[in-house]
Design a protein around this ligand. Structure first.
Ligand SMILES: Cc1cc2nc3c(=O)[nH]c(=O)nc-3n(C[C@H](O)[C@H](O)[C@H](O)COP(=O)(O)OP(=O)(O)OC[C@H]3O[C@@H](n4cnc5c(N)ncnc54)[C@H](O)[C@@H]3O)c2cc1C
Length: 350
């Protein structure tokens, strides 16, 4: 491990200026992602500024929606009664990830900022433009089973790993930041980047820019999250799907769909979303929508399976969200009933 200095942030202003002035400094919150990467020599900061003591720990009403402080733990968000009642898809997404112990430490800002699980990024003996720009991408010609089918480039085919981020994208969340040049509100859909020729940059955050909260806009529809993975728990998404549906009687007034495990960022599907507007839910409609959503997928040598898997997952997520199928959820996660309360845990064998 690279030697580093450790400092506890006194306040947000001090944390921002310290990290902004030092290009090799980073923030640390729950530490569940960052410390692993430091131990593996993937991240080599000279200075680590611990922001876990900053008062960014509240969760409550804001502009008709909910504001979640950057340091609120993933567990607190997932079980918060207002989140469970009004944004059950977010609760399901968080509970589909990691383990209870990790979720207790992991934070609202740290989760969407976790880095890719591409094995070539985490192995310092392999070429990786994301870890070390200009060295190449070993995944392009390597074992690329878990990699991107949308939005990739010759420089990088990695996927974004967070489940929570996929639900935040479907809910059109807003990231609030405090940076060296002032405060910003960043729509979640613009927060993560596609790799292009600068895959080392995952997001639009600047050096020293601190997330202070993530805001959920007012939403009175139904939301839901499904995840397909190699094991029933403690595994990252091969493909996942978050849905947010607003109904007008028996027809769909507005639909938002985000896919996880398929791109360098949570992947929204605007054409597919538009196909749903004004329509009555049906399996035939949902199959057409899923076909359209994956029409421009560009699979690599080992991941063509993500296309049929993703289409089927999207159809099932839409069927469950619209009430055509009972809510089943992702095995091993708590799920919300249509009345909004956490209804139970689906057995791992389901
Ligand atoms: C074994 C294992 C299994 C996992 N499985 C899953 C899974 O299935 N699904 C899933 O989604 N996740 C999974 N995770 C990842 C886990 O969710 C993340 O490690 C966690 O959410 C990161 O949050 P943290 O607060 O610990 O972040 P940290 O490790 O503290 O930080 C992560 C990054 O965020 C930055 N950061 C933190 N807070 C701020 C802020 N306020 N402003 C600006 N930058 C900030 C840090 O500088 C760092 O770059 C798994 C992790 C492990 C170890």
């Amino acid at each position: 491990m690279h030697p580093f200095q450790y400092e506890r942030a006194r306040n947000a202003k001090n944390a921002v200026s310290t990290v902004a002035q030092n290009p090799t400094a980073t923030f640390i919150a729950g530490g569940t992602s960052h410390v692993d990467l430091m131990k593996e020599n993937v991240h080599r900061p000279d200075l680590v500024v611990d922001i876990s003591g900053l008062p960014l720990q509240s969760i409550g009403g804001h502009d008709g929606g909910i504001r979640i402080g950057a340091n609120v733990s993933n567990t607190q968000v997932a079980y918060h009664p207002d989140i469970v009642a009004r944004y059950p898809g977010l609760s399901e997404a968080i509970l589909a990830g990691a383990s209870a112990q990790i979720r207790n430490m992991a934070t609202t800002a740290g989760n969407p900022l976790q880095r890719t699980r591409c094995p070539y990024f985490r192995d310092t003996t392999q070429a990786c433009n994301k870890r070390e720009p200009g060295t190449g991408c070993a995944a392009l010609t390597g074992i690329n089973r878990v990699h991107a089918i949308f939005g990739a480039s010759e420089a990088c085919v990695a996927t974004h790993p967070s489940d929570m981020a996929v639900a935040l994208s479907a809910l059109d969340a807003i990231v609030q930041t405090r940076g060296p040049r002032g405060n910003r509100s960043i729509p979640f859909t613009d927060f993560h980047r596609l790799p292009g020729n600068m895959p080392q940059l995952d997001t639009v955050l600047q050096q020293g820019e601190l997330i202070t909260s993530i805001d959920l806009p007012a939403f009175s529809g139904r939301s839901h999250y499904l995840k397909a993975r190699d094991r029933a728990s403690y595994a990252f998404a091969l493909v996942s799907c978050a849905i947010a549906l607003e109904m007008n009687g028996g027809t769909i007034r507005r639909a938002r769909i985000a896919l996880g495990g398929v791109a360098h960022k949570p992947w929204r599907t605007p054409e597919a979303e538009a196909m749903l507007v004004g329509k009555t839910p049906s399996e035939v409609l949902f199959r057409d929508v899923a076909r359209a959503a994956f029409a421009h997928a560009k699979p690599l040598e080992h991941n063509a399976y993500k296309v049929p898997l993703g289409q089927n997952l999207m159809v099932r997520a839409l069927m469950e969200t619209s009430g055509l199928l009972p809510l089943q959820g992702t095995p091993g996660t708590a799920f919300a009933s249509s009345a909004g309360s956490v209804a139970g845990i689906i057995p791992l064998s389901a």
